[in-house]
Write a protein that binds this ligand. Sequence first.
Ligand SMILES: Cc1ncc(COP(=O)(O)O)c(C=O)c1O
Length: 386
Amino acid sequence: MLPSQRALFDMPRDVCYLNAAAWSPLPLASQEAGRVGVGRKGRPWELDAAFANTMHERARKAAAALIGADAADIALVSSVGYGVAIAGKVMKIARGARVLTLKDDHTSPVLEWMSRAEAGGFRVESVAHSGDGDWTSAVLAAIERPGAEPVALASISSVHWSDGGALDMARIGAALRKVGAMLLVDATHDAGVRRIDVKTLDPDILIFPTYKWVLGPYGRAFAYVAKRHQGGIPVEQTAFGRKRVVAEDPVYFTDPSYVDSAKRFDMGERDHFISMEMAAIGMEMMAGWGNDAIVARLSMLTKRLAEGLSGDRTNAGATVMDEKLRAPHVLCLGFPQGMPEDLPKKLAAQKVYAAPRLGRLRISPHVYNDEEDVDRFVAAFKTAAA
Ligand SMILES: Cc1ncc(COP(=O)(O)O)c(C=O)c1O
């Protein structure tokens, strides 16, 4: 199991930060890279013209390594929503078909399809589980429901942001393939932590941002686009998305046909080398630790949390999802009688941080947390919830 990595972060001992699913702290190394990067932009004449390219290719490679992809199949984007906008342009949804989403999933994998449904003549079906937290069975049942319109696409998170439910993407992917449907994965709360291999899962598009689990800055996200969609029209029309449109050439639009890889989908101004390097560092750290070691550490912490919070009159009736159905790194407390008033605020007053999400309290430890944080959380929770 990975030991605590707290020393690599600027995290005082009296801070109990269990909120990586909202946004993680930047490692000290990324902060330093950001400072150096700002200095570089302050003296652009000293910078080699190829430097930005080195940075975005480094980030592309680091992102690819986290999900078992080839770097050429990764587009540099600014957000999950941007990646879903690519999907909106390249995926053709047949009239009369269904697009499956998860009930109360984050807006990013959902709203694109809601906004296109009426004009496109398709229906967005919001899949709910039966109250047991089993998202996988609910999605499989929706795919296979007899008599329903055909499924064109499932546009879903692989770990649900508000209850921490973990979906079995291998089974869902296989069921979708069987009916000829596409798969878009929002891997925001998954990539870097649970093992993902796009070569076996074979999603059509899979997207993740850097500012949460992979310890990076805002404004940097990565979209895997399967080769079968790489002939599509990108969201933005850029020079670098074309074979030869080069400012330094005497003729500008020499060859405006698109490049043959996911790079055609890269966002404009991808040369933001400051945050690109910061993003690369976080992803490289995650890859260096490896999925198994990270999962072992985080599941140990969430298990200790669940045990500390269970079966005690002082726990405000908090419930947790079955370990088999939840992600190893996210523990969401449900409150059948309602969350105690101001609970997150009362915790924050003790420098204990977790997030209220749709009536639950989402606790999300990362590699900088340890048993002392967990025990502090349990004690602070019992006082605040009393
Ligand atoms: C499941 C999920 N997807 C996406 C995002 C972020 O989306 P975007 O990068 O489009 O702002 C979040 C942020 O909380 C999230 O929880």
